[in-house]
Every structure is written in C-alpha cells, then in structure tokens.
Ligand binder design. Structure first.
Ligand code: RFL
Ligand code: PHB
Length: 395
C-alpha cells in the first residue's frame, strides 16, 4: 500500500475537477486528482458548447483561454424560432455589452488535460475501490486502487467534482442532505455533423417538439431534437433525425441547414437536481456532483465553472492566509447562483418543449409568455441578463 499526504484530494477529472486542480497547483496548494474513467473516455465525451461571458473571463484569468480565443466563436446571443411567430434573439450583446462564446466542452477538457501535463498536477485515472473516510473530523483519508496497487492519501479537504452519478454527495448524512429534483418526460437526441453550422445558436419551438441548432467550429455542427426517453440513438437513423429536425424548423432556418451524415449520436435525459448543502465538514461539492440543469439554458458547464471560481478562491485563502470566511460561505454563495440558474433553465425548458400532458390551455399560456417577450423590452433585457448569468443575479 502506497501512502501519500496532500492538502486537497479532488474526485473527478471533468472540467470542474481539472480546472480546480490547475488553479490550486498554480497557487502552491498541493492536490491530487482522481478519475474513474480513462483519459480517452473523458476526452471523447461530447457535451456543452456555449460559455457565458463570466465563464469566458474566468477561463482567461485562469490562463486557459488561449485556444478558446483562437478557435472559439464569440456570439451575440441565442435565437428563438417559434412556429407561426416572428423569431427573436436573446441579445446578450445588446443588453449587457458582453458576448457569449461557442466553445465545445470537449475542447476545454483537452486544454485542461494538456495544461495538467505541463504543470504535472498529480493525477490517477481508472481508479477503483474509492473509499473516503473522516470528512467529519480533521484528517480525511481517501483510499483507492490504481494500476493494480492500493493507495491511501491523507488530506485536509476532499472535493467532490464527480459529476451527477458520482458517490461524493452521498457522504453527506441523509439527515442533513436535501435533494431537490425534477425529471422531465423527454430527452434530447443530439448529433454531431462535419458541416458548416447555421449562423446563430437557435432554439426551435414547434407543435411536434423542440429542436436546437448549435455549433462547435466553422466546420462542425451540433443539432438536437426533443425525443422520447424509451428510444435510444439506435432508433434514430440519420434520415429520421433530419426529417424530424427540418420538419420542426421554420422555412428560413431549414434553408440555412447543411445536412450530412452524423459522426456521433447520443440521447440525454432532461432533469434538474440540486443537492444541499454543498459543504459537509471537510467535503465540498462542485459542478454536476451538486447540481444538474436541463440543457435548455446552457447552464451546466457554466455553473460548474462558477463553483470552481468560488471554491478555488476559498481554498487558496484558507491555505495562504488562514482565512476561512470564503470556505464558510461557499455553500450559501454557490447555491444562490445555482438556484437563479435553475429558475432560468426550468422556465426555458417549460417554454420551449412540448409536454405529453399539454392541453390547449398550456399551449396558449406558453404562447402568451413568448408574445410578452416579443413585445416587452424590459422582459428581453431581463432574459438576456439571466441567460448571460451575470453577477448581479448571482448575489
Ligand atoms: P463531469 O463532466 O460529469 O465530470 C465528472 C467526472 O467525475 C468522474 N467520476 C469519478 N471519478 C473518480 N471516482 C469516482 N467514483 C467517480 N465517479 C465519477 C466522471 O468519470 C467524470 O469524468 O462533471 P463536471 O466537471 O461537474 O462538469 C459538468 C459539465 O460536464 C456539465 O454540466 C455540462 O456538460 C452540461 N451541459 C451544458 N452545460 C453548459 O454550460 N452549456 C451547454 O451548452 C451544455 N450543453 C450539457 C449540454 C450536457 C449535456 N448532456 C450530455 C447531459 C448538452 C448536453 C447534451
Ligand atoms: C450545445 O452547443 O451543445 C448547446 C448549446 C446551448 C444549449 C445546450 C447545448 O442550451
């Protein structure tokens, strides 16, 4: 059995865990990152694509913005195309003066992995038999198996960046832990296509369901359609996907779309979930480990980065200045941002999708909500601020 001593053990090497590891190393805080899957698996996951202005600035300040600024695509905002109504732009640029950025999570994860190789943050992948003890005391211990041998690490803090399926949130005793959850009765079937995308990220509302035109690079497009949860990607031939997608687009959008064979296809169930508190003893949760958003507001990755912004500052203040004020307020500070983002994601999901239980009244109410957005500059401005996740909403 190998024995180690470090200051922070980070469980999970997705964007949240990798970025935290990098920032702590830079500040001279010792840490170890643990990942259950292989590097190849983590780097092959296709997920988010749209970063908020605050996330873009934080990545630049963290020294991770170089490739994002080269190949990312600054965007004014995101369009909504509504069957039978004029389309509308959630115009972040106009109302806030700031831009969103189209930059795939896959690229960001690659950037973080290559920076880890450069800085040498200790990292173990394909770990098994993870056990975490003593988070309610002063010296937590984390043990695991890697490449056939057992390792035991003593540390000051354990950070759960282990995503929506990870074990860390369950270390909070049941009597303390509150889980708030909403499952939506549909998913998004997504495809990646090597073809030029349409100009704007566009959310599409049609009587047969939601669709989204997204983008990664000038030659890589991502498209989604609202789909049933009981049909996996194998039930979706490319022809069926394109018939469904184009059938939901207004003609002027359909005319812009370059179709092509998919190079990836996956189904994501839509749900909302928040675990409270985000700190228990010497355990802190960040990213999807603490909260999941339906993707309609593009909040998941952005909120994971927002947690890391708070938590990295709090841990650095603890180790370098012996100041625990930010650690003590971390859970409350992060949760106030999280619930604001949950509210936006829940509203956008309800506005733009067709629910199996919808009746004509529901449809009229949704149309009234969209008409209010079209008519009122006050509502447009508020929506742009919420979509951009600006600090004034994150008190
Ligand atoms: P991740 O990326 O899930 O990483 C968690 C890592 O922890 C590992 N792990 C363990 N490691 C060690 N031991 C264990 N026992 C472990 N258990 C788990 C896992 O293998 C994994 O590597 O969480 P993180 O870092 O918090 O990052 C969160 C984001 O990945 C997520 O919020 C976004 O992808 C959500 N999301 C979007 N977010 C946005 O901000 N903008 C978007 O446009 C956007 N689009 C999306 C999305 C998510 C989607 N899916 C697939 C649900 C679109 C989709 C379709
Ligand atoms: C994406 O680019 O995959 C994407 C963009 C916006 C969303 C969700 C996903 O709301």
């Amino acid at each position: 059995m190998q024995q180690h001593r470090t200051q922070v053990v980070i469980v999970g090497a997705g964007p949240a865990g990798m970025l935290l590891g990098l920032l702590l190393e830079k500040a001279g805080v010792d840490c170890i990152v643990l990942e259950r899957r292989s590097r190849e698996h983590v780097l092959s996951r296709i997920r988010a694509g749209l970063l908020e202005p605050g996330a873009v600035e934080f990545l630049r300040d963290s020294g991770v913005g170089e490739r994002m600024d080269q190949i990312g695509r600054p965007r004014d905002g995101t369009r909504i195309a509504w069957q039978g109504r004029p389309s509308f732009m959630i115009n972040v640029k106009k109302w806030t003066g700031l831009e969103m950025m189209a930059y795939g999570q896959t690229f960001l994860t690659e950037d973080l992995y290559s920076m880890r190789e450069a800085t040498g943050t200790p990292y173990f992948d394909q770990i098994t038999d993870l056990e975490i003890e003593g988070i309610d005391g002063t010296r937590p211990e984390v043990s695991f198996t890697t490449a056939g041998h057992s390792v035991r690490v003593q540390c000051d803090f354990v950070i759960g960046c282990d995503g929506a399926q990870g074990p860390c949130s369950q270390l909070i005793p049941e009597s303390i832990r509150q889980v708030y959850e909403r499952k939506f009765p549909f998913g998004w079937l997504g495809i990646m296509v090597e073809a030029p995308p349409i100009d704007d990220f566009t959310y599409i509302r049609h009587e047969t369901g939601f669709a989204l035109a997204a983008q990664r690079t000038p030659m890589l497009s991502r498209y989604y359609v609202q789909s049933r949860l009981d049909e996996g990607p194998e039930a979706w031939s490319d022809d069926r996907f394109w018939d469904t997608f184009l059938g939901r687009c207004p003609p002027e959008i359909a005319a812009q779309v370059t179709t092509g064979p998919s190079i990836e296809k996956s189904l994501a169930a839509l749900r909302s979930r928040v675990v409270e508190p985000m700190r228990w003893g010497r355990l802190f949760l960040a990213g999807d480990a603490a909260h999941v958003f339906p993707p309609t507001g593009a909040k998941g990755l952005n909120m994971a980065l927002s947690d890391i912004q708070l938590l990295s500052a709090a841990l650095i203040a603890h180790f370098s200045e012996k100041d625990d004020r930010l650690l003590d307020s971390y859970s409350a500070d992060a949760l106030s941002r999280v619930w604001a983002a949950q509210h936006l994601s829940w509203r956008m999901t309800k506005l733009l999708h067709i629910f199996p239980t919808d009746d004509p009244y529901d449809r009229k109410i949704r149309q009234a909500e969209y008409d209010l957005i079209l008519k009122s500059e006050e509502v447009q401005r508020a929506l742009a601020f919420e979509y951009a996740g600006l600090p004034n909403l994150r008190g």
